[in-house]
Design a protein. Structure first.
Length: 480
């Protein structure tokens, strides 16, 4: 599940997913062994910098968010509506300190309504209710604080340190992170340590890993051509469900304690089927420079991923009713508590856009469809079986057809007025074995986007996920 990554035209690697369940507002995707890496980063500001931008340039003193599963400890759990505000301390051009505060509005309203002084009417009802509200506003458990330091060491090196606390307790169940980034001419290097690390699996379940460390080296993304990716990842401690002490389902194997080394290579190619020649308006800048040319294009990516795991995370699971497991090549060495996995993967996508995103009304209609084949060897086996059955004039089995079914993602964007546009994205799951309902739609996300023309290609996004029951406002850059 790649919620709010949008079905982009970039690489195949998983990106961090936006989520309002923590102050940091991101969760890493759980990689299904041995599929795409989970540490690749998109271009995004830290949450404190996003909040500062909204305060200073978009007249938004408080930033709302909603989650049905908010980070809480002890009594009074649950999610709901919250408001965020940031205070920044720019000590120099190279160093920024920030304090991000979050207020639990939903719980505040609930606690106030429970108060007898607020409910009971009397001659001094107004004063009594004011005292009740003031009393609950002083309740430290309604607040969460995030301390963040962002330091530009050199033009190529950055260091981010963050420490988040919840329910007014600086020492109970904090969340901390340290991230170092270095930009090489043709590569990006990221070293990260998070405790606990927040992960999200394909079912939308959040998991906490007590300590997660990773070193990631990736070639810069390109329009076409080869790219590669290396990631050394270490997990320590037993994973558990986020905000829960009970585990009703086993955690994903890749989150178990151990060390893993992943390497991936891929090749991408693009082709324009049609390029528009609609003249642009003079003296009128497009709302987004990357959405200013109507076109129809296709792209394809093929690649392979290899994973060597040492520890409990080397456990390899098998899909139900699939004697061949999850596909690909695997080698398990129980005596050494290690394993090796390899598989091929592929992607095909189609993008169609009409309009220059320049006029005031309905000047952008954009459709994007993506087919993912994350288990390449499994797909090849199924395709070979189907071809042989057809050549022999026999009807292929449903199992063979299921192996060649891709993971489908669809996105539709429509400009409404000026910089405002509506966007919807969903995943389509195909199960040919389910005769009554072979196609299901899941992971739907709806969003309103406000293009920031002054920044060339940036937007403020307010999105809602019905499945996760999450709402969030954030900034996104250079993303189509």
């Amino acid at each position: 599940m790649n919620r709010l990554r949008w079905v982009g035209e970039g690489d195949i690697w998983e990106l961090d997913m936006s989520t309002p369940v923590t102050l940091e507002a991101t969760a890493r995707a759980v990689s299904d062994d041995p599929l795409p890496l989970g540490l690749s980063r998109g271009i995004r500001l830290s949450r404190p910098k996003q909040a500062e931008f909204f305060h200073r340039f978009m007249a938004t003193p408080l930033i709302p968010s909603f989650s049905s599963l908010r980070h809480t400890t002890g009594e009074g759990g649950g999610g709901g509506l919250s408001l965020q505000r940031v205070i920044t301390f720019p000590f120099s051009n190279n160093w920024l300190l920030s304090l991000l505060g979050q207020f639990d509005v939903q719980r505040f309203v609930s606690e106030v309504k429970k108060s007898e002084d607020f409910v009971r009417g009397s001659s001094s009802a107004a004063a009594s209710r004011l005292n009740t509200i003031t009393k609950h506003l002083k309740d430290k458990s309604l607040y969460a604080l995030g301390f963040c330091s962002e330091l530009l060491l050199t033009p190529e090196d950055t260091l981010l340190l963050s420490y988040d606390t919840y329910k007014g307790d600086l020492q109970k169940n904090p969340r901390a992170k340290a991230v170092f980034n270095h930009k090489f001419p043709l590569h990006n290097l990221t070293a990260e340590a998070v405790w606990p690390g927040l992960f999200v699996d394909k079912h939308g379940e959040y998991w906490d890993v007590p300590l997660s460390m990773a070193i990631d080296l990736a070639s810069l993304p390109a329009e076409s051509g080869p790219s590669y990716h290396l990631c050394l990842h270490h997990n320590s401690g037993s994973p558990k469900k986020f905000n829960s002490e009970t585990i009703d389902v086993p955690p994903p194997p890749s989150l178990l304690p151990g060390l893993s080394l992943k390497s991936a290579v891929s090749y991408r190619t693009n082709m324009d089927l049609w390029r528009g020649t609609i003249p642009k308006l003079e003296n009128c800048k497009p709302y987004d420079i990357f959405l200013s040319i109507p076109h129809v294009s296709v792209s394809g990516i093929i690649g392979s991923v290899m994973t060597a795991a040492f520890g409990e995370n080397s456990i390899r699971t098998k899909l139900e009713k699939d004697s061949e497991g999850v596909g690909g090549f695997s080698l398990n060495l129980p005596s050494l508590n290690s394993g090796f996995m390899a598989d091929a993967l592929g992607r095909a996508s189609l993008t169609a856009q009409y309009g220059n995103f320049q006029k005031l009304f309905f000047d952008l209609t954009r459709f994007h469809a993506r087919l993912d084949f994350p288990q390449g060897l499994r797909f090849l086996t199924g395709a070979t079986t189907v071809a042989q059955e057809l050549l022999n004039s026999r009807q292929p089995s449903l199992e063979a057809f299921q192996k060649i079914c891709p993971e489908v993602s669809v996105s539709l964007q429509q400009q409404i007025v000026g910089p405002f546009s509506l966007r919807a994205e969903c995943g389509i799951q195909i199960d040919v074995k389910n005769g009554a309902n072979p196609v299901t739609i899941n992971n739907t996300v709806f969003a309103i986007e406000y293009a920031l023309r002054v920044l060339t290609s940036a937007k403020a996004v307010a999105w809602y996920s019905p499945k996760q029951k999450e709402f969030m406002v954030e900034l996104r850059f250079f993303e189509t």
